[in-house]
Design a protein around this ligand. Sequence first.
Ligand SMILES: CC(C)(COP(=O)(O)OP(=O)(O)OC[C@H]1O[C@@H](n2cnc3c(N)ncnc32)[C@H](O)[C@@H]1OP(=O)(O)O)[C@@H](O)C(=O)NCCC(=O)NCCS
Length: 172
Amino acid sequence: MSESETITIRPRAPSDAPVLIQILANVHNLTGYPVDGPTSFPARFQSSKAFTSLVALYKGDLAGHVELQDPSALPSTVVKSLASHAPMSSFAALVSLFVDPKIQGKGIGARLIDEALTWGRVEGKRLVLVVLDKDTAAIRMYEKLGWERGVEYIHENFEGISYRAFSYLSPV
Ligand SMILES: CC(C)(COP(=O)(O)OP(=O)(O)OC[C@H]1O[C@@H](n2cnc3c(N)ncnc32)[C@H](O)[C@@H]1OP(=O)(O)O)[C@@H](O)C(=O)NCCC(=O)NCCS
């Protein structure tokens, strides 16, 4: 079986939350992502406002996650820049993308992005995401996959620490 055949994608189920929280805790311990810290984790997997929430399974086990949301909740600098190009209804925000650190580098992140892009094509929405300058693995991946850097802004986390951040738009 090839590596790509061992990866499957399905909609997130409410019962996935405990395992996703544990995987995200492992990601956070290693990379500091997300900078809003563990208290923010449970709410990430309960969002009823998401357009769609997907999980990746690797050899049958939960391995990663991505969600698409209304882009109007993005930082105001990003929203203003998007709105100057096209109606906000033509965008979707890609958020909460992460892969279990034990099995990164096997194409799981790319598959999740691919499924998100397919959803965007079907819905007629271009994807937009925000990433902190410090998350270099993610930035390298987006640039390798052809995403375009948009605007720069400062993200302040719950402790008031400031991070340089960028928006990226999916390839057209
Ligand atoms: C970013 C992340 C989701 C990538 O997941 P992954 O499953 O390891 O990524 P993939 O194996 O699908 O790699 C996809 C492409 O990006 C490249 N890539 C991934 N990580 C990379 C790294 N650290 N350095 C350079 N390139 C990298 C891969 O080479 C691959 O390209 P290829 O197919 O041409 O070889 C994962 O590293 C992660 O969970 N990081 C922590 C959380 C995070 O930063 N999330 C994003 C916040 S905006």
